[in-house]
Design a protein around this ligand. Structure first.
Ligand code: PLP
Length: 357
């Protein structure tokens, strides 16, 4: 079995994997609602929220579409600083929304002033950004952006893609006033792919009620009706909910502060490794991701060759993403990854690079 050091899917704990095979129940049975309610309580703790946490049987790409269709009225301002934030902006357009873009060089982080300037045009009632741009390893500063939005644009909805940060980085949703925050489970949650969580504020629900053309599968008003009964509108992936039951318990047992500290310290270790090994960090100083490290391939190593050798040694290694593939590579340190496993992997990576180049 390969150990995954790619930024998703990530490794799944054995107990969690086993819980996915529990016997099925009916999604309208009382036992299901009990299970859903238990998971929901745990999710609220992990996300520091009293808001609804919708469960969607789809990849995060579905959540992108749901958010764009439900929460954008007049227009949405997208921050684009990498492959994933770019794709989300494209999805908003495809969904027929008025889209404005703050286009940044890949690797850079947005500053509140850049958002403020564009919002002053009055064209937008939503801001959308990737909290953790997985292609470049840039972590946005939500606190700074949120305080500017609260102070100057209280009616603008704050929509964040936290696909590769949620459950690995502390996101105090209610305190930050984030209106929509979503992730799929195959990254820092440490669960298999194909399921997404979407946390939605009351203001965002109000916006959804005003929208037309929300499509069928992602009309969140329908999700809300069923959420009140601890159900989902359509037959969900019940194995994922069993997985979430086990994994949310494990996360709370680890302790949220411990979990976020673990991610921070692994990130620091990875960054030191990068610099000590003569590479550079691709992400802007002060905005480095805590769940993955994007490495600028300044030594011009043969990434394909390194990946091949690492595979023989039992590791799946990332080769960079999108237009910066091979110019960068990414080291994932999230979910089930521990300091010990990361150190072992980086030692092997170092030896492999030495031997292959
Ligand atoms: C930041 C970000 N957003 C969205 C996605 C899309 O997720 P999914 O493959 O679950 O649709 C990814 C996938 O890597 C991602 O990293």
């Amino acid at each position: 079995m390969l150990e995954l050091f790619i930024p998703g899917p990530t490794n799944v704990d054995q107990n969690v994997a086993q819980s996915l095979t529990k016997p099925m129940t009916g999604h309208r049975a009382p036992e299901f609602s009990e299970l859903f309610a238990e998971v929901d309580q745990n999710l609220k703790k992990i996300l520091y929220t009293q808001n609804r946490v919708f469960q969607l049987t789809c990849a995060a790409t579905g959540a992108w579409e749901a958010v764009s269709r439900n929460f954008v009225g007049k227009g949405v301002l997208h921050v684009v600083n990498g492959a994933f934030s770019q794709r989300w902006a494209e999805i908003s357009e495809i969904c027929g929304k008025e889209v404005g873009v703050i286009e940044l060089p890949w690797g850079k982080a947005v500053k509140p002033e850049q958002i403020r300037e564009r919002l002053l045009t009055g064209k937008f009632d939503a801001v959308a950004l990737a909290h953790n741009e997985t292609s470049t390893g840039v972590l946005a500063n939500l606190e700074e952006i949120s305080s500017m939005l609260k102070r100057e644009f209280p009616d603008v909805l704050f929509l964040i893609d936290s696909v590769s940060s949620m459950a690995g980085v502390k996101i105090e949703i209610d305190k930050l006033g984030v209106d929509a925050c979503f992730a799929s489970l195959q990254k820092a949650w440490g669960l298999p792919s194909g399921y997404a969580l979407l946390c939605v504020s009351e203001n965002a629900m109000e916006r959804s009620r005003e929208q037309k053309n929300k499509g069928y599968y992602f009309d969140l008003e329908v999700y809300d009706k069923f959420y009140k009964k601890n159900q989902t509108p359509y037959t969900p992936s019940i194995p994922h909910i069993y997985g979430l039951q086990t994994q949310t318990k494990r996360i709370l047992e680890e302790g949220l502060d411990n979990r976020f500290k673990r991610h921070k310290s692994m990130a620091k270790f990875a960054r030191n490794w990068v610099l000590e090994n003569g590479f550079e960090l691709f992400s802007e100083e002060g905005y480095h991701s805590e769940t993955l490290t994007c490495v600028a391939n300044t030594r011009e190593i043969d990434i394909e060759k390194v990946a091949k050798v690492l595979k023989e040694k039992g590791y799946l290694f990332d080769k960079g993403y999108g237009k910066i593939k091979f110019k960068t590579f990414r080291i994932s340190h999230m979910g089930e990854t521990t300091q010990e496993r990361l150190e072992k992997f980086l030692k092997t990576l170092e030896e492999t690079i030495k031997a292959s180049n």
